[in-house]
Structure formats: C-alpha cells, structure tokens
Design a protein around this ligand. Sequence first.
Ligand code: HEM
Length: 421
Amino acid sequence: MPTSTTPTTLLSVLRPRNQDRLYDFYRDLRSVDDLYWDRRLHAWVATSHAVVSSTASDPRFSSVRYPDIEAVSEELRPLARVLSQQMLYSDAPDHARLRSLLSRAFTSRAVAGLRDRISVAVDEIFTRAAPTGRLDIVADLARPLPLAVICDLLGVPEEDRSTLSAWSDPIAAAIGSSRLGADDSRAASQSMAQMLTYLRGLLTRKDGPPAPHTLRALLATGTDNPDQDFDELLANCALLLIAGHETTTHFIGNAALALLDHPQAADQLRNRMDLLPAAVEELLRYDSPVQLMLRRARHDLELAGRSIAAGQAVLLVCGAANRDPAAFPDPDVLDFQRPSGRHVAFGYGPHFCLGAALARLEGVVVLEALLTRLPDWKLHGAPPSWQSSLNFRGLTSLDIAFTPSPEHLGSCTPAQQTASG
Ligand code: HEM
C-alpha cells in the first residue's frame, strides 16, 4: 500500500511542482505499486512498461469511450456519437474497418512523399524568424507546423485553417477532461458538427481535381471497402485533425527543450545527422507528448495479480512506462544510441498511432532545421512552463534567442539534404 509520504493519486501531477519533476513523481508511484487503484480518479493506474504495453494490446480490455451513449449528458451526446465512430474509440471488428478507411494515406511510402512540402513549411517559419534572432518554438513552430501539415494532407485551403483549429480546441479539451460542464460540452458538440459539415463540403467538392498528395485524391481513387459509410469517414478525418495536431506540437516543444537541456547531445547530432531518426525515437521516449491511454475491462478479470471488475478503467501511463528501468536501463539518461523499438509513446497494439510515420518525419525535418540553422540557440526570457494536463505533456511557450546569419537561416544546403536522406 502507498505510504503517507508517497503520492497516492495521479491527480497530483496537475500541481505545477510535480509537472517540473514529473518523472520523479512517476518513479515514486511505480516504486510503491506499478498498478494501483486511484480512489480519486476511480480508476486503476499502471506505470510499468510491462503492464502498460500488455494491457494496451489485451483484447480483454475495450477502447470504447462511451459504452452507453444514452447515459451521456444531452449536451455532450452529439459529440459522443461522433467519437464512437472513430477508430481510436472502437474495438475489433469495427476498429479494423474504420482504420482501413484512412490507413493508405499513412504508410511510410505515402508519408515520405510529403517530405518536401514539410521542409518548405519549416523553411518559411525559419525565414520569418531570421531577422529577429528570437523564436518562440511553441507558438511560432510547434503549433502552426503540424496544423499546416495535416490540413495540407486533407486538402484544407490555407484561409480555412485557423477556423478548423478553433473548432479543434474545444473538442480536444472535452476529450481530455474527465469533468466537463454543460457549456463546454455544448461548445465541443457544436464545434464537431461544424467541423463535419466543413469536411463533408471539402471531400465532396466538384471544382476540379484535388491536389495529388491529398487525402481527397486518395479517396477519389476508391478504397479497399467500397461500401464505406461516409459519416464514418468524416468522423475519422476529424480524428486526424485532432489527433495529429496537439500531439505533434508537444513533441516538437518537448524535443527542443530536451536538446537545449543537453547541449552535448545536440552537438552529437550536429556531427552525426545519421542519428536523427534514432534521436526522434529517444526524444519521444524521454518526454512523451501523450502521457495516458485509457482502457476498460470488458468483464471481471485478473491483471498482474489484481482483480479488475467489469467496466473499471485502467489508465496506462505511457510517460511512466517509457522511464521504467526494467525496460530502459538508466531511463533518465537521454541516449541516442540506446537500442530502439520499445517505447510506447505512440501506444502499442491495434491502436498504435496511425500517424506515427508522419510525426516521425515532421520530427526529423524540424530537428534538422533547429540544429543546423540555429547553432548557438539558447533559452531566453521566462523559464519554460508546462501545461497543466494529465493526458498531454507540453510546454506553454519556449522562447529562444540566436544569432541570425544568412548562412544558417537560409534553405537547407544540399549537404543537409543528403544527410537527412
Ligand atoms: C508525436 C506525435 C504523436 C504522438 C505522440 C501520438 C500518440 C498516439 C498514441 C499514444 C496513440 C494510441 C492511443 C491509444 O491506444 O489509446 C495514437 C493513436 C492515433 N494517432 Fe497519434 N500521435 C502522434 C501524432 C499523430 C499524427 C500526426 C496523426 C495523424 C495525422 C495521428 C493520428 C492517430 C490516430 C488516427 C490514432 C488512432 C489509431 C487507432 O485507433 O487505430 N497521430 N497516437
């Protein structure tokens, strides 16, 4: 049992002091009990790599978020109905069908075709910052870039992107919150309805052929399932906008901060650009943007020696699993040459992140640009602070200063392009 000096609820993560020492907090939790009943959250909390990964892929657990839609408040019900059509919140066999609607757009090959477009978007951001010698990595780079990339993929014209982002925010807030008021629920439901109406118009437009790299073009060539339900397709396009947005924003911010905190590791990368893909994996492990996944027991069952009752929730703390010394020796060390492959930052099992290849590519392009174009970057102004959230780990801002120089801030040189493949 947890002792009086040990934190007994995961909710304590929300205290600013614990955000600053998040991984010490998890270590304390795990050392007392790696699977415990959290009375305040009314859920089991798993912090070991073994339990997190096995539960994420265990068919005895469900990902369905609203098992009984009629029990959901009237304000939230419209949103709940849409979320229930999304792959993230469904189980086999529906899950495989919903995932197949979009999976062709996210293969490594399809995503590699977006590389030049991502590089151009990054280049524009750096060119804008060049004369100032200042950059808020969160506001100027980490927020706009993933939105631009996912909107580009969906074929959303530039002038509509801020509107989509404004609809996405209340929905993301509603998904991330366990206690939601009527006004916020209504706002989230309305935003989702507006987003779906917009996406329907976008995907059914008849004003000329879609740009070849877009999802609209891919859908126009037919899917593996000709009987697909268009509403389900729209619900899952909305999922892409929401899931592909804040997660990648936090990844870029967290990775940049880790490199600023570890200048030797940053120098190692500058000299060994071939380590960039491994560095992306290690940075995802080291400070994971998604901290929690949720599963519910389908029936009474045993998990790691505990009795879990039907319907009980298990919170799988990816951030803690990624610092579990049983899976990662010296887990608090940032090591780009660590044997790869076991982190759970993108989840594990059937719901493994559909956008992982895209997020990895964005990570490689952004890190390469940060390291090569801002060789003398340093923190500037107020110390970075963390957003208060159980689900996500991300900075509110990350101000840096650097010496602008045309040599470093211009487009990628051919040598850099070769180094990044
Ligand atoms: C660094 C950035 C990202 C991180 C850390 C991340 C993390 C995750 C995690 C942990 C899951 C599994 C959730 C669960 O099992 O409950 C997931 C699922 C998913 N992610 Fe990501 N994600 C990122 C970027 C993206 C991007 C860019 C997209 C799309 C454009 C995306 C789309 C999805 C989708 C559609 C799912 C649901 C997959 C399914 O249920 O089969 N993600 N992501």
